[in-house]
Every structure is written in structure tokens, then in C-alpha cells.
Design a protein around this ligand. Structure first.
Ligand code: ZN
Length: 130
């Protein structure tokens, strides 16, 4: 099976490595991709583990779970990814459908590196346009 993140690699050799804990995402972009795949694969535990602890209490995990249950994840598009020391920024579009209706979630996420591991810090949703 191809990885949901769109890398064209098999899931086991891509985001599956991070979900199973065999490896850590080496870049902010890799972490972003693996978090998208986590939604697609219903790996909610992974989403929690890769969220900055300081951000975690602001995350509505129930809403995330509901979204993961209802949505079909179609594809991920990385528009921009940059890193500067322990800070990373990734702009992406996540395409998904709910009840056969297509949607796109356009977000700029910021990431933080701590002890060699990347964590999701916060996200800013951009105006949704197809
Ligand atoms: Zn992947």
C-alpha cells in the first residue's frame, strides 16, 4: 500500500516507520506528512505524541477523532516547508471528503524541535479555496 502522504513509497517504509516508533521524523515536513498519514490511518495516539505538550491542552482530540472517522483523506500537498534551527514551518493543503463532498484544509503549521524530535506546535488555517 502506498503511503497516504503521497510520497509514492510504501506506507511501511514511509510514515509507517514513524507511526510504529521505529524512527523519528527527521524534518518538520516529514513530521507534517506523517501526521497527515496518522489521520488517514486513524493513528490518534501518534498525533498526541507528536504534539508539543504545551499545545496539547488546546487541541480538541475528540473533534480530531470525529474528523478522522468521518473524512476520507484524498491527498496532501506541501506548498512550502522551511526550517530554521529548532523552528519549522510547513504550509500545506490536505484534501479530504465527507459524504462524497470534497474539501480542502489549507494550513500553515509551526513545529518545534526538542531533543532531536520534531513536535507540532500550532496551526493557522488559511481561507479555504479549491
Ligand atoms: Zn508517508
Amino acid at each position: 500500500m502506498k503511503c497516504p502522504c503521497g510520497s509514492n513509497q510504501s506506507y511501511e517504509l514511509c510514515c509507517g516507520l514513524y507511526h510504529s516508533g521505529k524512527a523519528s521524523a527527521p524534518t518538520a515536513e516529514a513530521l507534517m506528512r506523517s501526521r497527515y498519514s496518522a489521520f488517514a490511518k486513524n493513528q490518534m495516539e501518534y498525533l498526541r505524541e507528536t504534539t508539543d505538550p504545551q499545545t496539547l491542552d488546546k487541541i480538541d482530540e475528540e473533534a480530531n477523532q470525529e474528523w478522522a472517522d468521518r473524512a476520507k483523506f484524498l491527498r496532501l500537498e506541501i506548498l512550502n516547508a522551511s526550517e530554521n534551527g529548532t523552528k519549522g514551518t510547513v504550509e500545506f493543503k490536505a484534501f479530504y471528503s465527507v459524504d462524497d463532498e470534497e474539501y480542502v484544509h489549507h494550513e500553515v503549521s509551526t513545529f518545534r524541535k526538542q531533543a532531536g524530535e520534531w513536535f507540532f506546535k500550532s496551526g493557522k488555517v488559511k481561507e479555504a479555496k479549491k
